[in-house]
Design a protein around this ligand. Structure first.
Ligand code: GLN
Ligand code: ZN
Length: 768
């Protein structure tokens, strides 16, 4: 029986309970399984996801939210926006081309670079940036949406297909060699969407969800104005389909009137991020528009406050009527771990506080039942929820007197280094003594099967601490010897002890736990397991000092201590929802500061604080940026500025655009910053130049997300480009990012090439 107020979902994790998709993809890429095997896994995962959501009691189950790599790339394929270099002579786009766009590599005997990749709004999910060229045409070329709809229908489930909307698609795409406006490209693209909708309608779709998160961005007027015509066309193309337009990660704010006036059946609003939009939406929505209210958090893991959510929903029902209401998570639950029941060793006090994707969807179902059948029908479940929330808020595990006292007594003096950069620079040069264009890496070296086995045997108790330590030391020693032999100037220990750059710290900080199976897709087959920050954070013991000083004891060259910065630890964790992000970030910053102090005391001259997540933490609307950047910069400075002038502080950021936050990056006042740049062909350097970035910069010269080994000439070209705009005294030479996903057979020659390219250019700039 269809409920009156449906329980709905906007998107579901793809990777599978045991990361089946990851394994299958990696087996396929390595040539261990066939396309057919990969398709079997994918199709069985899809069916499993649909059935599971149906079992949970959802009325609207999404389809086409699954992807072999990325849904933005899927959309590019759907609309035929595939650059010629990936196509066969006859123009076809096969699976090889699909993965070549995603990861680069060998395509029909030719090495091709991948498309750019960047973060999906303020998440840690990376999407493939569609590339549009001059005279771009669109055609209905990829039929995945309708194929998956039919696949679900064949097992008796009528799904709600999800499409990335045409305006968001164009907003996220990048143009190469042309600069056509979104509004000029739109009419042709909408033609494709019309065909897709007609196709879905013919296959029997009743609802189609079109995601337009771009509605929550600051858009130019002409783009905002294009929404109504676009959606008029789309709705007309499939009159029997009910179109739901989804916004999330913020509210449409200034674009709310436009969103409410769309001629569609329903509009989804993220009320977790932006609860204030409910009342304007209730009063502004025409009678023909239903509202899908995202009242429980699709981005975080704490059990919802169901009574408050229910109060909101009841209020909405009283205002607009039950027939115009849908209950939903705030956004797709793609960014949540799948299922709390997969956790077997979770702290028993904390477990009842948590909800993963399936538990979150059960909350959605429970809310819709409370609305449809009355609160009494779910009274026990509501009580259980309220009790768990209450216990959490009173728990002594959450609050630490020592942490609050430190926060209360220490102030702005924590945020400044002793001297400005110009004075630090000569002192560091004297202490460290590096050549021009110093070479280094970003920290991690290949996480080979040996490395992972060593860690997992230790974790499972099959190896004692002494043997584990000996194994790690062997790996570190090998890495140091390789770095010496290829001739790098600043070495690293290799981060072999780290399963992940945030999880590793999460395991050691107080107030934080890590799950066993709480995997979340980061890009393609890559998953991360974000720690759960449940209480006040502090650092009981040194976390990295032993490994770093061991590496330093092996060599005369400087070894750089590697730490993850406070903003990134915050951003890549599930954070508590009972205090501000700013507050939690400052607690983490103090913990990191303690670690840097210990590294420095142990004689380490260079410390790198990675902040790859700075940019993705930006709120969607600019009006909120200043406030975020204020506390983010302040946290970085609290963490980093306790060191002497002679200690060189590096930071690293990647896979983001920096031009509009460059002043915040400069305010970090790191002595050296390394940034990803090779995929965009050094384009982003212009930003640092326009700004006259005063400190040192290492623009990445090797795209490490691609298995391709860059040649010396190619790296020299990139360095030459960099030197057109930077002084040789400013320039460092390094890869784009850490090397943990690469293999030694790629790393060694690539680093040799990198060192050789630096030597060639160094020689040229120093010889008169
Ligand atoms: N130091 C980290 C590494 O090398 C940095 C990773 C990142 O920027 N994402 O793996
Ligand atoms: Zn990086």
């Amino acid at each position: 029986m269809q409920q009156l107020i449906p329980a709905t979902n906007l998107g579901f994790p793809r990777i599978g309970p045991h990361r089946e998709l990851k394994r299958s993809l990696e087996d396929y890429w390595a040539g261990r399984i066939s396309v057919g095997d990969l398709e079997d896994t994918a199709s069985s995962l899809r069916r499993q996801r649909w059935s599971r959501q149906r079992e949970l009691g959802l009325d609207h189950v999404p389809s086409n939210d699954f992807s072999l790599y990325d849904h933005v790339l899927d959309t590019a394929v759907m609309v035929g926006a595939v650059p010629d270099r990936y196509r066969t002579e006859s123009g076809e786009v096969d699976l090889g081309a699909y993965f070549a766009m995603a990861r680069g590599g060998d395509l029909r005997g030719k090495a091709v670079a991948p498309l750019e990749m960047t973060k999906w709004f303020d998440t840690n999910y990376h999407y493939i940036v569609p590339e549009l060229s001059a005279g771009q045409r669109f055609e209905y070329a990829g039929h995945k949406a309708v194929a998956e709809f039919r696949e679900a229908k064949a097992i008796g489930i009528t799904t709600r297909p999800v499409l990335l909307g045409p305006i968001s698609f164009l907003t996220l795409a990048k143009q190469r060699g042309t600069d056509t406006s979104v509004t000029a490209l739109l009419p042709a693209l909408v033609g494709v969407y019309e065909a897709v909708l007609a196709d879905l309608a013919a296959a029997g779709a009743q609802w189609v969800q079109i995601d337009e998160p771009a509605l929550c961005l600051d858009l130019d007027h002409d783009i905002v104005d294009a929404f109504s015509e676009t959606y008029e066309r789309l709705v007309r193309s499939a009159p029997d389909v009910r179109v739901l337009v989804a916004t999330y990660f913020s509210g449409p704010r200034a674009n709310l009137p436009t969103a409410l006036a769309l001629p569609v059946a329903a509009l989804h609003l993220d009320l977790v991020r932006e609860p204030d939009q409910l009342d304007p939406a209730l009063s502004g929505a025409p009678d023909s528009l239903a509202l899908s209210l995202g009242v429980v958090d699709g981005r975080n893991v704490w059990r919802a406050d169901l009574l408050s959510a229910l109060a909101l929903l009841e209020h909405a029902r009283d205002r607009i009527g039950a027939d115009r209401l849908l209950v939903a998570p705030s956004c797709s639950v793609l960014h949540m771990p799948l299922d709390l029941d997969l956790e077997t060793t979770l702290d028993p006090e904390i477990r009842p506080w948590l909800a993963f994707a399936e538990q979150r969807l059960a909350e959605v179902v429970l809310l819709s039942r409370a609305l449809n059948e009355g609160r009494a029908a779910v009274a026990d479940l509501l009580t259980d929820n309220a009790t768990a929330r209450l216990e959490r808020s009173h728990s002594s595990r959450v609050h630490s007197g020592a942490v609050s006292e430190r926060l209360a007594t220490q102030g702005p003096e924590l945020e400044a280094r002793t001297s400005p950069y110009v004075e630090r620079r000569p002192k560091q040069a004297k202490r460290i003594g590096l050549p021009l264009l110093p070479t280094t890496t970003i920290g991690s070296f290949p996480q080979t099967a040996d490395v992972r086995t060593l860690r997992s045997r230790y974790r499972r108790g099959e190896l004692d601490a002494a043997h584990y330590e000996a194994g790690m030391r062997e790996l570190i020693e090998t890495a140091v010897r390789v770095q010496e032999s290829v001739g790098l100037d600043v070495l690293v220990h290799g981060e072999f002890e780290r399963n992940d750059m945030v999880e590793y710290f999460g395991e050691q900080l107080s107030g934080v736990i890590v799950s066993e199976n709480g995997w979340v897709q980061s890009f393609g087959s890559r998953c991360v397991k974000p720690p759960l920050i449940y209480g006040d954070v502090s650092r009981p013991l040194p976390m990295t000092v032993g490994w770093t000083t061991f590496a330093q004891s092996l060599t005369d060259r400087p070894v750089k201590g590697m730490l993850t910065g406070p903003v990134t630890i915050l951003q890549w964790s599930f954070v508590r929802d009972d205090q501000s992000r700013e507050q939690t970030c400052r607690q983490i910053a103090l913990a990191v500061r303690d670690e840097i102090a210990d590294l420095e005391a142990a004689g380490i001259a260079i410390v790198q604080l990675d902040e790859p997540a700075l940019r993705e933490g930006l709120p969607l609307q600019r009006a909120d940026w200043r406030e975020y950047l204020r506390w983010a910069v302040s946290a970085f400075r609290v963490a980093s500025s306790g060191v002497a002038d002679e200690t060189q502080l590096h930071t690293h950021m990647c896979y983001a655009e920096f031009h509009d936050i460059i002043d915040a990056i400069a305010a970090f006042d790191a002595d050296v910053i390394s940034i990803e740049a090779s995929r965009s062909n050094m384009e982003l350097l212009d930003t640092f130049v326009d700004f006259r970035y005063p400190n040192e910069i290492g623009p990445g010269v090797w795209d490490i997300h691609s298995p391709r080994i860059p040649g010396v000439g190619e790296i020299v070209t990139l360095l030459d480009r960099a030197l057109e705009v930077l002084s040789p005294h400013q320039l460092w030479v390094n890869p784009d990012c850490g090397l943990k996903t690469r293999s030694w057979v790629e790393v060694e020659p690539a680093l040799r090439n990198l060192v050789e390219a630096a030597r060639v250019v160094r020689e040229r700039v120093t010889s008169p």
